[in-house]
Design a protein around this ligand. Structure first.
Ligand code: HEC
Length: 156
């Protein structure tokens, strides 16, 4: 093994161990907070920006201001007429050609990947206008449930 490789290994290990040793979010009493739960209501709050997410445009480090990054701005009722931007059971769960790729449908995991990285279920990359979001499992499950549970109140 070369010195360089050994050094790389050591730094990778340091990152892994450092991450493991990092304390979780602590409450005022020093106790670890339980991971926040997911719910349809939380998904609605995220969709309309009451719970802001950190969103960025691909290739840009600047965080988009919350009032511009909320999903409803581009996927809400006012954009109903715009093809391709409606998010509900039929557009997400239906087998559809998206962005010129082969027909594909979303699962929760595929949805989370799209929202986080822009890569769609057929591995086609979404346009830059769709921000990439830093979101955790609970936030993503909340959004997914809100958009696909069939009540469609977000599309009113
Ligand atoms: C600034 C406008 C904008 C915002 C804000 C935005 N999107 Fe998008 N989104 C788009 C555009 C434009 C596309 C279509 C991209 C393409 O087809 O390449 C898209 C595509 C998507 C798709 C893929 C749909 C499909 O059929 O493949 C999903 C899922 C999605 N957005 C979810 C979200 C969620 C969830 C949020 C909020 C966390 C959000 N978007 C916020 C503009 C936006």
């Amino acid at each position: 093994m070369t010195m360089r490789m050994r050094a790389m290994r050591a730094s990778v290990l340091a990152v892994v161990l450092g991450g493991m040793a990092a304390p979780g979010p602590a409450g005022t009493d020093g106790q670890q907070k339980p991971p926040s739960a997911w719910s349809r209501e939380r998904g609605e709050a995220i969709f309309f920006g009451r719970e802001p997410l950190i969103g960025r445009l691909e290739g840009d480090n600047a965080v988009i201001p919350a009032e511009l990054s909320r999903c409803a701005n581009c996927h809400g009722s006012s954009t109903k007429g715009q093809a391709g931007l409606r998010l509900d059971r039929s557009t997400l769960l239906g087998l559809k050609k998206r962005r010129g790729g082969p027909p594909s449908a979303y699962t929760r995991d595929a949805f989370c990947r799209l929202v986080g990285t822009g890569v769609d279920p057929a591995f086609v990359i979404a346009a830059r206008e769709m921000p990439r979001y830093a979101l955790d499992e609970a936030q993503c499950s909340s959004l997914w449930t809100y958009l696909t549970d069939g009540s469609e109140s977000h599309a009113r």
